[in-house]
Design a protein around this ligand. Structure first.
Ligand code: BEZ
Length: 212
């Protein structure tokens, strides 16, 4: 297992899921993807996470992001667990869950951190772009459920900054002002940002979000 870093090509794999066999790169297609791991089936925090993702599915769809969950249990176990999730979380699971019983994908994506647990995955999140490159990695411990509003926020930033020469400041949310990246001169900024910009400091220039 090699360390995966931002900008690397996301390792490809073929694996079984609750929606059939998935070849990861083919499945991603031309859009964006999130691959996120769950310590195990029939665990409480994971149950709430998968229910939340199911309820947020339309938000991921709007952003052209496919979601793929992973848990190291088998397909039959996943199917039973999905029934529980649907029953208890006010949601219908509407995305595939990988059945990574042999932990092939978990090891490929460094989701098992032996000093935390040598049997279960941690809560890893990988966001992958249409170019199949890794755009974001976040790792949470099993004890802490993820904030999926934060993941949507990050996707908005990743998709904005992929196409415009801006970065997003602390606590930025969709619709708020952005910073112009340092490599753009003021002269160029005047052309690239027709809504104008404010030079707070030569290195800190704010502009309205360019893609809205
Ligand atoms: C959970 O998903 O609830 C969980 C899994 C492993 C350890 C602690 C919590």
């Amino acid at each position: 297992m090699a360390t995966i870093r931002l900008g690397d090509e996301a390792p490809n794999f073929t694996a079984q899921s609750t929606e059939g066999e998935i070849n990861f790169h083919e499945w991603i297609g031309d859009g964006w993807a999130i691959l996120f791991s769950h310590p195990a089936d029939y665990t409480p925090v994971c149950t709430t996470e998968l229910g939340t993702v199911a309820r947020y599915k339309s938000e991921f769809d709007k952003r052209n992001v496919k979601v793929l969950a992973l848990s190291v249990d088998g397909l039959e176990s996943h199917k039973g667990w999905v029934k529980d999730i649907n029953e208890t979380q006010g949601a219908t699971v509407n995305f595939p869950i990988l059945a990574d019983e042999d932990k092939k994908v978990s090891y490929l994506y460094d989701m098992i951190h032996p000093n935390a647990s040598d049997k279960l995955t941690v809560r890893s999140v990988y966001i992958i772009g249409p170019d199949k490159k890794v755009k974001l990695i976040i790792v949470y411990p099993a004890s802490t459920g993820r904030n999926f509003d934060e993941l949507l926020r990050v996707i908005d930033s990743l998709q904005l900054t992929a196409y415009h020469k801006v970065a997003t400041p602390a606590n930025w949310n969709q619709g708020e002002d952005c910073v112009i990246v340092p490599s753009v001169s003021n002269e160029q900024a005047a052309k690239d940002f027709p809504k104008g910009f404010k030079e707070v400091k030569p290195y800190l220039r704010m502009t309205p979000q360019p893609n809205i």
